[in-house]
Design a protein around this ligand. Sequence first.
Ligand SMILES: [Zn+2]
Length: 348
Amino acid sequence: MVWEERWHPLRREWVILSSHRNDRPWHGETLGEARRELPAYDPSCYLCPGNPRVSGRRNEQYAGVFVFDNDHPCVSPSAPAPAQPSSPLYQVRAASGLSRVVCFTPRHDVTLAELSRNEITSLLRVLQEQYRELSARPEARSVLMFENKGEVVGVSNPHPHCQIYATNFLFKTFEVESAASAAHLADTGRPLFQDVIAAEESDGRRLLVSSDQSVSFVPFFARYPYETYVAPRETHPNLAGLTAGEVEDLAEVLRETLVRLENLWRMPFPYVMVFHQMPPGNGAEGYHFHLQIQPPLRKPGLRKYLAGPELGGGNFLNDTSPEAKAAELQAVSSAHYKHEGAGQATHG
Ligand SMILES: [Zn+2]
């Protein structure tokens, strides 16, 4: 049982941990997981190769990773010029920027966790290129890359894909984390995330996958049940700075981490996965690129709601123990449950 408050050094805020509450009686909504069989190709999917999209454009007959401009962009060069509000207090500007969609694979029926190390490496290389291109645009202040996965986080199309928003402002999370990283670097001379990795390795209880150049773990200060960080060991402000070897190594650590999450409940594990990165230059000093995976479920079918403490108060209440959740992920197989018996030979 963990009942205490832990300091989140990247966000500089307290997290309340109260693991004795996770077994409290529950009379609210439970979610049915979609366990239906999917086809490898779905003629009605707007992400499958060769299919038409809502814009009328047709996807290429792609074989690997496929990138296109989002047909429903939230930020775009064609966003309208807004009308000026009546109060000088209220500021407004055009939602300029660029929104893109990245399909991981032509296969409609797999998840990122089921792709091979080589396929995930190719994906990360494409994202490196996207980062270089988009961060060089004059209007871009930051490039947000994320995968929303599962109906519980609002994704209706199971075709494995992620999104990119190149925006004219820095998202709040990276503003907060970069300020914490710069302050830690000024105080200690060390990148903050390097000290987090060192603390996780010296404790060891929350480590999931560890290799020469990358590591994954449930952080000491996890805000969500099964929250997981995946990071290269070297400090780079963004994905674009990783060497080819680092990308390949990160791909494998990410793959095994995702396999463990899927093996937990033997289902496509829902999450929001975000690439935490800063453009080079002002604010990037000491910032360490990493991925954060935030799962919405406490248990199969049971959602962690963001309510009074989180949405109202702005701090998180986690009803689980990070050590216990990490132990569950350490206990499952490192081979994907769908490939049981096939061995590692199926992974390229
Ligand atoms: Zn599809």
